[in-house]
Design a protein around this ligand. Structure first.
Ligand code: DP6
Length: 340
């Protein structure tokens, strides 16, 4: 009982920031992302009756106990749902520069959910699969689909209406996302812990929820119009608001480092010179710069001059989950309602 799946990371243009249910990973706001072509995880799951416990190999090496425990906890949920009691060998290859602090949980859990549910014999729809990915890591539910994707928060307590919906194929609105790695020290507050602390203690959190809801509607409108200026402007504002909530948390924290600010500054300078670029930042110091595909070279050259910039990875919208045999399990045939 074996299957292999490949899933790509995604970057949120409207961030998911806060949970209403930690166990089922149900969010307090809907979010919207674009799946990226460049970074991905390939995972093989092999359920075997000879095994007496789960084993997890990451990039060819036996993973640390803590990581294996996370995978095992996730597989328990899949086993419980499928009514199967077999243990598994899990082999993951992460093509994400994890050392640079780029998030790999989205591609990691999207690939793990796809490979494990297929290997155990569940025949899930893409929507059901996105729900399975969600219970591993929230942002992973969006990586089931390629292009522009919305995670609809849902309202129900059991999570049955909280899943990802494909909005638009990346080819229909090509943009470039430059993943800018800055010279940074270790991330201090993990996103899971950071969002929890913010929800519980930040007086700015209510403001975040109100604006995120409005900005999601505006972002979907920008996608409908294929309006890059709107897309970038809204994404940048939304990221700033998410990060503002962390300053109000108790104890307060900030993901930005001095290198992050240098890149934010450079992006603003580019704009004042007429080169259109916008930034967005997740729960870490690195920056994603959004620009038009035709400006990638010019903007990359300028950003390379910023002292804190260590590496720039140019990305484009990428595909959803695929199995080893190359079958796309999810495409945009059942697309969501962009202006809905
Ligand atoms: C800032 O999906 O990593 O990147 O659900 O706790 O695993 P968990 O969190 P995760 O959080 C991502 C937060 C974010 C914004 C986003 O991707 O929407």
């Amino acid at each position: 009982m074996k299957a292999t799946a490949k899933a790509h990371t995604n970057i949120a243009l409207i961030k998911y920031w806060g949970k209403r249910n930690d166990r089922l990973i149900l969010p307090t706001n809907s979010s919207l992302s674009v799946t990226l072509d460049r970074f991905y995880t390939v995972t093989t799951v092999d359920f075997d009756k000879e095994r007496t416990e789960d084993v997890f190999y990451l990039n060819g090496e036996l993973a640390p106990e803590k990581e294996t425990k996370k995978v095992s906890t996730y597989l328990n949920k899949v086993r419980e749902f499928a009514g199967v009691e077999l243990f598994a060998s899990v082999f993951s290859e992460n093509h994400v520069p994890t050392a640079a602090g780029f998030a790999s949980s989205a591609s990691g859990y999207a690939a793990l959910s796809a490979a494990s549910t297929k290997a155990i014999g569940l025949n899930l729809t893409p929507r059901e699969l996105s729900q399975f990915a969600r219970i591993g890591s929230g942002s992973a539910c969006r990586s089931i689909y390629g292009g522009y994707v919305e995670w609809q928060m849902g309202e129900k307590n059991d999570g049955s209406d909280s899943y990802a919906v494909p909005l638009l194929d990346g080819k229909e609105f090509p943009i470039a996302v430059l993943s800018v790695m800055v010279n940074a020290s270790e991330k201090k507050v993990l996103s899971r812990e950071g969002m929890k602390r913010t929800v519980e203690t930040s007086p700015f959190y209510q403001g975040w929820l109100e604006s995120a809801e409005k900005e999601l509607v505006e972002m979907k409108h920008a996608l409908t119009l294929r309006d890059f200026t709107r897309l970038g402007t809204i994404a940048e504002k939304n990221a700033l608001k998410m990060h503002a909530t962390t300053l109000g948390a108790d104890p307060p924290f900030l993901y930005w480092q001095s290198g992050t600010l240098q890149v934010m500054d450079a992006v603003e300078n580019l704009r004042s010179k007429g080169l259109e670029a916008y930034f967005t930042i997740d729960a870490g110091p690195n920056v994603k710069v959004l620009c038009q595909p035709s400006d990638v070279e010019k903007i990359t050259a300028q950003l390379k001059e910023v002292p804190s910039v260590q590496h720039i990875y140019p990305c484009q919208p990428g595909p959803g989950v695929t199995y080893l045999d190359g079958v796309h399990i999810a495409d945009v045939n059942n697309r969501g309602d962009l202006d809905g």
